[in-house]
Write a protein that binds this ligand. Structure first.
Ligand code: MG
Ligand code: MG
Length: 259
């Protein structure tokens, strides 16, 4: 069941998503060598609660924290810990918040200090592929058009697309229909209609696409131990152009768009 959102609901979702975006900017201020990832989680949780919202990942199917923090070859769903970030790491920070009944969901992959140019290129390409997907998130197209745009953009540049994890509809629930894979065929899948809200989230690997889940039951890692990047926006389907509800603007005011 795909729920179309009213204009009022979209404005509530915008508030939730902008809070997520501002939370990620608070996290960005604290990303540096020597910082434990659990510290970033605490900063985010406090910021979300101070703004009258609830961190949605906390307790979701038993997830123990407010952020998913995935370092280097960790793809997604990394659990914040006493791991200290070090120069040259990349760190994906995925954040979800609920306010007034509606969810926001966004993710950004950060550089810790100086990062290899080759790895930065993975980050840039992943972020660019997100916007290629968003260009196709318009009324009259299909989910497969979004998927194909992301897949072809990344594969043409020598990267691979994670298969087992996908984007999703979002609204009153963090995960709603439809699924939004980052791979697929043009013209396939559910038709996109004005008012549909989806989280588009390419997870792109430097090496091969295969991943596995660690013994903690959550952390997804690349099998070949090469790095992986993840960027996510929540968008609403509209005629002509999607309405992007989250933003990287606050983050990049802090990071200076360093990638
Ligand atoms: Mg997310
Ligand atoms: Mg998501």
């Amino acid at each position: 069941m795909i729920y179309l959102k009213t204009d009022e609901e979209v404005e509530l979702m915008r508030i939730s998503n902008l809070l997520v975006s501002r939370t990620l900017a608070e996290v960005a201020k604290n990303i540096k060598p020597g910082v434990q990832t659990i510290r970033l989680d605490k900063i985010a949780e406090a910021f979300i609660r101070d703004h009258g919202a609830v961190p949605t990942f906390l307790g979701y199917e038993g997830f123990p924290n407010s952020l998913c923090i995935s370092v280097n070859d960790q793809v997604v769903h990394g659990i914040p810990s006493d791991y200290e970030l070090k120069e040259g790491d990349i760190v994906s920070v995925d954040c979800g918040a609920e306010k007034d009944g509606f969810h926001g969901d966004s993710c950004y992959t950060f550089c810790v200090g100086e990062v290899d140019e080759e790895v930065k290129k993975l980050l840039r390409t992943t972020k660019e592929s997100l916007y290629e997907g968003i260009k196709n998130a318009v009324e009259g197209k299909r989910v497969g058009d979004v998927s194909y745009a992301i897949q072809s953009y990344c594969e043409n540049r020598g990267y691979s697309v994670v298969r087992n994890m996908v984007g999703h509809g979002i609204g009153r629930e963090m995960h709603e229909d439809p699924e939004v894979p980052n791979f697929g065929k043009r013209g396939n899948g559910p038709k996109l209609k004005s008012g549909m809200a989806i989280a588009i989230e390419p997870m792109i690997n430097m090496g091969k696409h295969e991943i596995y889940i660690e013994r903690d039951g959550w952390t997804a890692k690349t099998r070949d131990r090469k790095p992986s990047a993840h960027f996510e926006h929540t968008v609403v389907i509209r005629k002509g152009q999607a309405d992007i509800l989250s933003t990287f603007e606050y983050i990049e005011q802090i990071t200076g768009n360093a990638i």
